[in-house]
Ligand binder design. Structure first.
Ligand code: HEC
Ligand code: HEC
Ligand code: HEC
Length: 442
């Protein structure tokens, strides 16, 4: 007994003396982040980067097992090597745990008496987070009260050539982009059906059914990389994919370009707007520019962020508070509430084991990167207009928004949301419906 107590005291004390050196593990941050980097390297990277130097008790069999399990779990939530601490998502994740004092975990602090963040360290980190957010990510449209909020109001795009936009819009609705003149982009991304098709899996050429849910094209511009697995860098590149996809539009680009050239109006428009006229690349560019205009400003929530106190009812405001409290805004962050990162579907609990029937699409980002660490990671979808873009998730597994919210809490956080709290979050989510061409989307 006494031996155990002595050992219990000796281990933490020895951690004060023999500290593992993890300095230099976080790279690529601007010099003004140096004090924050020092704090994270001293107190966090041991669990939140791969292959960090471990405290010496990790040499003991049982302790090693516990620590390694913690590290594997921590990396599922935030890998500071893969996701830079100054990214919009990491800032939101850090802000939440530093404010609440949730990190480092209690069992770690028991072994490391100096492991907790001091008040001074907390302010150093929080001040830096707000400064970086204001400088790099704020859209400048929020009222002073919400200027440092993790979610920012949308702003209308500027400087896009209206003639290119009109051309892109026409192409987007043109069935001649498909092999048999039956399918256009709008068939699966109807602008009057939330920018998607409201089917679990899309129907393409010849009635063929795909294996993944169609995301909305509204507010897709700011997404870091298009598609659930991020295989296209931007909208213009993305527009090249569906045309030749055999089960979507089933065409060949050279034939599409030839067919469009037969149309004198197209030929003239391309001749006027692009130096090299009607080419595959310019078709994609025009569609991409049109999609840049699909920004749904004018939602109730944005009005509230911009200072209209009465824009949100009490229940909707309470829903937003719960949305923040439940870490939803750590992944669904920024002006489109998502689109910034690839995250594990089921970081806390195994979603796929519970759902069953694994498909190829379920591998997520790993299908593109071929990296096993990206298995089951998906681009975080936007929550703008979420009340209109059912069914939800890459597998379109539910059309019930309340159920989608509870699924998120369960599998991303390992928590159960009460029906009452869920209803409030749903009420908040409904305020994210915005306008296109001056009309509230339906
Ligand atoms: C002993 C290992 C360990 C240390 C040290 C540690 N963490 Fe964690 N961290 C975890 C684990 C495990 C999780 C997974 C969630 C949980 O268990 O609460 C996690 C989760 C997180 C998350 C994600 C929370 C969310 O809901 O998105 C953040 C952010 C985080 N840690 C930041 C930090 C910071 C900042 C520090 C240093 C002050 C730190 N961690 C130190 C183990 C650790
Ligand atoms: C047959 C239905 C179908 C057609 C036709 C179609 N899409 Fe899609 N679209 C989808 C599906 C399904 C996905 C998701 C695929 C994936 O992530 O692997 C998608 C993804 C996208 C995305 C990515 C959005 C995001 O959140 O990552 C954009 C943008 C998009 N489509 C635009 C277009 C354009 C432009 C066209 C016409 C050139 C088009 N789509 C034609 C079904 C379709
Ligand atoms: C760890 C990051 C993360 C957290 C935390 C998180 N989400 Fe998600 N969310 C995702 C990812 C990734 C998806 C897509 C998963 C998929 O399709 O398999 C998603 C999908 C959704 C969808 C469906 C969107 C669509 O268009 O299909 C809703 C609704 C949603 N989340 C709401 C929430 C709410 C509410 C919370 C808080 C309780 C939350 N999320 C917390 C990452 C996260």
């Amino acid at each position: 007994m006494i031996v155990l107590i002595l050992l219990g005291l000796a281990l933490p004390v020895s951690n004060l003396i023999a500290k593992p050196d993890n300095s230099g593990r976080l790279t690529g941050l601007t010099p003004d982040a140096a004090p924050v980097v020092a704090i994270l390297e001293a107190k966090c990277v041991v669990c939140h980067t791969e292959g960090a130097a471990l405290p010496f008790y990790a040499n003991f069999p049982i302790a090693k097992g516990i620590l390694e399990r913690d590290i594997q779990h921590a990396l599922r939530f935030l890998d500071m090597g893969a996701q830079a601490p100054d990214s919009e998502v990491a800032l939101a994740k850090l802000e939440r745990v530093v404010e609440s004092g949730a990190m480092p975990p209690a069992n770690y602090k028991m072994m490391h008496w100096d492991g907790a963040l001091s008040d001074e360290e907390k302010s150093t980190v929080l001040d830096w987070i707000r400064k970086v957010r204001a400088e790099r990510y704020a859209t400048g449209a929020a009222s002073p009260e919400h200027a440092a909020s993790p979610i920012q109001p949308l702003v209308a795009p500027e400087g896009l050539d209206p003639e290119v936009v009109a051309l892109g819009k026409k192409l987007f609705h043109d069935v001649r982009l498909s092999g048999d003149d039956t399918v256009s982009c709008a068939s699966c991304h109807g602008l009057d059906t939330g920018g998607c098709d409201r089917l679990q899996f899309s129907k393409g050429i010849g009635g063929q059914v795909g294996g993944i849910n169609a995301p909305t094209v509204y507010d897709a511009g700011p997404i870091v990389a298009q598609f659930w697995d991020g295989r296209a860098a931007d909208l213009a590149e993305q527009a090249g994919g569906p045309v030749e996809n055999p089960i979507e539009m089933g065409a060949k680009w050279p034939e599409v370009v030839e067919r469009l050239k037969q149309d004198a109006e197209y030929a003239a428009a391309f001749e006027k707007l692009f130096p090299d006229g009607l080419t595959r690349e310019n078709v994609q560019k025009a569609i991409g520019v049109f999609e840049e205009t699909l920004v749904t400003t004018g939602s109730k929530f944005d009005a509230w962020l911009m200072g209209d106190e009465d824009a949100l009812a009490a229940e909707e405001q309470e829903g937003y508070r719960l949305f923040l409290e439940n870490a939803c805004a750590t992944c669904h962050v920024g002006k489109i509430l998502g689109g910034q990162s690839f995250e594990l579907m089921g970081r806390a609990l195994d979603y796929f084991a519970d759902r069953g029937d694994l498909t190829e699409a379920d591998a997520g980002r790993a299908n593109f990167t071929k990296n096993d660490a990206d298995r089951h990671k998906f681009k975080v979808p936007t929550l703008r207009n979420i009340a209109l873009t059912w069914p939800y998730f890459h597998d379109g597994s539910t059309s019930d928004l309340a159920e989608a919210v509870q699924t998120m809490a369960k599998y991303e956080n390992g928590t159960v949301l009460s029906d009452a709290d869920t209803a409030k979050i749903v009420a908040f989510l409904k305020t994210l419906t915005g306008k296109y061409e001056g009309q509230l989307l339906k």
